[in-house]
Design a protein around this ligand. Sequence first.
Ligand code: GDP
Ligand code: MG
Length: 424
Amino acid sequence: MKNCAIVGINWGDEGKGRMVDLLTENYDVVVRYQGGGNAGHTVINEMGKFALHLLPSGVFHKNVVNILGNGVALDPENLLTEIRDVSSKGVSITPETLKISDRASLLLPWHRDLDALEEQRLADKKYGSTKQGIAPFYSDKYQKKTVLAGELFYPEELRAHLRDLLEWKNLTLTKVYGAQPYTMDMLEGWLRDFCEPMKAYVCDTGAFLREAVKADKNIMFEAQLGALRDLDFGIYPYTTSSNTTAAFAPIGAGLPSLKLTDVVGVVKAYSTCVGEGPFVCEMFGEEADKLREKGFEYGAKTGRPRRVGAIDLVATRYGVEVQAATKIALTKLDVLGYMDKIPVCTHYMVNGKKIDSFPFPMELEKAEPVIEYVEGWKCDISGARRWEDLPEAARNYVTLIEKAIRCPISYVSVGAERDSIIIR
Ligand code: GDP
Ligand code: MG
């Protein structure tokens, strides 16, 4: 049996979905272990172009079982919409190919409202949330104020539980934010429209996974976002509200005793970031506009223009360490083909000192990038399929990154399509 986590090394949107879609061919099970419908994993293959939010990126392979683990923010409304959308494009999603953990907590209708209300209250101090309710969801989960998916099978107890939660949450909605309260009728509508149809997929996925391990199946774990957005190890408070790191994969997936055999860290050939927070390598003006256009850097979930910058070797090396990556997939190398000289951030200047280790989040606000320039290759490399097909300057760029981050770059992606890949 082999198992592998595919995780982001940077701020997210590195191309994890694209790598899961490519590599699942050799796996039996794919599990999403954290995050929620705020993810945007773009996959382009023979079935079309998809932006997946909650569904694992293994859904395109007929023989793969896809699991939403206990660690995800399970939003029935988002999930149902996504299942319908993906099914309408010819992808078969059935209780045999999609299984939802009965221990996953439900993102309740008010979580989205609370997310928006709090961002509104914060005004110019906002976090840049995708407003999918993720932060209120996880705080409620840790306060034990959500409902488990498995509770849908106990209608009476479920309603009593929801009534208690409703009474509690209405205090915050009305007294803190001056918003409209929820009613049991509204929750009944939500149960009927979104939770009932979802029930068919809910089961004891922990037991399923333990059997899969015994039967020597290959299991893949799919993360959302990247190391720098991890709640504990990222750029707090501009992180997400869950653990994006590979070490959390066995727990969030429902196999807490499992040891990962491989961790594929996905790194983008330059930096991008959605939302607020320190972003040391950020480019501005025309230089930024050009990179954003060339890389088509707009959020898959929100359509927001992403902030862009040079590759950040300081942050990337930290991301590799935190993820304990055993291999790297470097994506979007093709995008840099227009640059004469490619900027690379090798160090930070903080308080007049040149450093190459990733500092405490507050120090990041003061950090200035130290940029070096390397030779560009000035041509289209999207047709390259072998390492030797790449121009020397492109190979030099890859090996420079590899040396700096101290992890082998085993995959070089030169396009969004499944087969636009160089395997070294
Ligand atoms: P994820 O959230 O990590 O799965 O990444 P996203 O899907 O949000 O963002 C990656 C974007 O880059 C998507 O639009 C992909 O289709 C695209 N993409 C992935 N790999 C490559 C690549 O090697 N070259 C190009 N040009 N696009 C890529
Ligand atoms: Mg994304």
